[in-house]
Design a protein around this ligand. Structure first.
Ligand code: PHE
Length: 348
C-alpha cells in the first residue's frame, strides 16, 4: 500500500468516526482544508520536476477524488441516520388505546320533556315556549283567579318588586298556564271574525316557581300544561289523550287511569288524574300525575273566544314527577343538585 492509499484509508477511518455533520466537517478540514493533508500534497507538486509533476499530480487528484467520495458517502450515511432517528421519534403507535373524551348526556328531566313533546306532537299538539317572569294578570287574573282571592295561595309564588308598563305586578310564573293564555289569545286574534277557527292544541313545557321545598317539591320545578279548545271537545277526548300519553310514556299498556274530582279556579269541572300500574314495582298504587278540567267559561272569554261556542280542556303535569316515576328516583332534589355521580347514570 503506498502513501496515497494510506491517506485515503486514514480519511475513511476519520470520517467513519464522525457522528455528527459538525464532526465530519472538522475531519474534512484535516484532509481537504487549506492546510489539509491532500492540499499539502498538491502544494508539494510545485517542488517536483515537470515530468514527475504530471504523474504525481494525476495520482494526487485521484486520491483527492477518493477522499471526496468517502466524505460524500459519510455525509449521506449521517443524513440517513438522522432521518431514521427522526422518523422513529415521531412515529405513532397506533396500537395504543385512544384517549376518550368525556361524553355528556341530556339531563333526565330534559329527556322527559323531549319525550312529552314528541308524544303530544304525534297527537297534533303544538309546543309553546314563553317568559318565566309573567304579569300577575297572565299568571292569575286571566285564569279566573281574581286579585286577593284565597285560591291564589294554592300557588304561593315569588313576586318581583316591579310592575310592567301597564302597572301589572310581575312574578315568577307558578305554572305554565300563562303560556296557554298567550297562545290562545294569539290564535283567537288570528281567526277573529271567521266562521270557524281551527282547534287550539298546544302544550307549554317549561320551568315554574313556587314557595315550596321538600323531598318532592322544589322552588323551581318543571311543568307541562296542555290546552285543547274546539267546538266539540269533551272529557272523553281528554281521557283518551291521557291514556294514550301515559301508555306511550311509560311504555306499557298495563296501566289504568282515573279522574278524581278536584278544584282549580280555571277549570270547571276539575279533576286530578291518577294512574296505577297493573304490574311492576309500583303495582296497584294510585299515583297522582296531572291536574285537569274543562276550561272555565271566564277563561275562554279571556282567550278572546265565545264560551257558548268554544269548549275544551286543560291539564297540567309535572315532568319532574314523571321522571322520578320512570326511573325510580325518590328524591326530587337529586335532579337539581348537579351531582354528576347521579346525573351520569342517565346518559346512554
Ligand atoms: N295550573 C295547574 C297547576 O299548576 C294545573 C292545571 C292545569 C290544572 C290545567 C287543571 C288544568 O297546579
Amino acid at each position: 500500500m503506498n502513501d496515497l492509499d494510506q491517506l485515503v484509508q486514514a480519511a475513511q477511518a476519520d470520517f467513519g468516526v464522525a457522528t455528527s455533520p459538525a464532526e465530519l466537517e472538522n475531519a474534512k478540514a484535516r484532509y481537504l482544508g487549506k492546510a489539509g493533508r491532500v492540499t499539502e500534497l498538491l502544494k508539494g507538486l510545485a517542488a517536483l520536476a515537470p515530468e514527475e509533476k504530471k504523474a504525481r499530480g494525476a495520482e494526487i487528484n485521484a486520491t483527492k477524488q477518493r477522499v471526496e467520495a468517502a466524505l460524500q458517502a459519510r455525509r449521506q450515511a449521517l443524513a440517513d441516520a438522522e432521518l431514521e432517528a427522526q422518523l422513529k421519534a415521531e412515529s405513532l403507535d397506533v396500537t395504543l388505546p385512544g384517549r376518550a373524551r368525556g361524553v355528556g348526556g341530556l339531563h333526565p328531566v330534559s329527556r322527559t320533556l323531549e319525550r312529552i313533546e314528541q308524544i303530544f306532537g304525534s297527537m297534533g299538539f303544538d309546543v309553546a315556549d314563553g317568559p318565566e317572569i309573567e304579569t300577575d294578570w297572565m299568571s292569575f287574573t286571566a285564569l279566573n283567579n281574581p286579585e286577593n282571592h284565597p285560591a291564589r295561595s294554592m300557588q304561593d309564588t315569588f313576586y318581583v318588586d316591579m310592575k310592567d308598563a301597564e302597572g301589572r305586578w310581575l312574578n315568577l310564573r307558578p305554572h305554565t298556564s300563562p303560556m296557554q293564555v298567550r297562545y290562545a289569545r294569539m290564535h283567537a286574534a288570528k281567526y277573529a271574525g271567521q266562521e270557524h277557527m281551527p282547534e287550539i292544541r298546544v302544550i307549554a313545557p317549561g320551568r315554574t316557581y313556587r314557595v315550596d321545598s321538600d323531598a318532592t317539591h322544589s322552588p323551581m320545578f318543571h311543568q307541562c300544561e296542555g290546552l285543547w279548545i274546539g267546538e266539540n271537545v269533551s272529557f272523553k277526548d281528554l281521557k283518551s289523550v291521557f291514556i294514550d300519553f301515559f301508555r306511550t310514556f311509560f311504555e306499557t299498556d298495563d296501566l289504568q287511569l282515573r279522574f278524581r274530582p278536584s278544584f282549580f279556579p280555571f277549570t270547571e269541572p276539575s279533576a286530578e288524574v291518577d294512574i296505577a300500574f297493573n304490574s311492576g314495582p309500583l303495582k296497584g298504587r294510585w299515583l297522582e300525575v296531572a291536574g285537569s278540567g274543562q276550561v272555565h267559561p271566564n277563561v275562554v272569554r279571556n282567550f278572546g273566544l265565545d264560551p257558548e261556542k268554544y269548549i275544551g280542556f286543560a291539564f297540567g303535569m309535572g315532568p319532574d314527577r314523571l321522571t322520578m316515576l320512570r326511573y325510580g328516583v325518590n328524591d326530587l332534589r337529586l335532579f337539581f343538585d348537579g351531582d354528576l355521580r347521579f346525573l351520569s347514570q342517565f346518559k346512554s
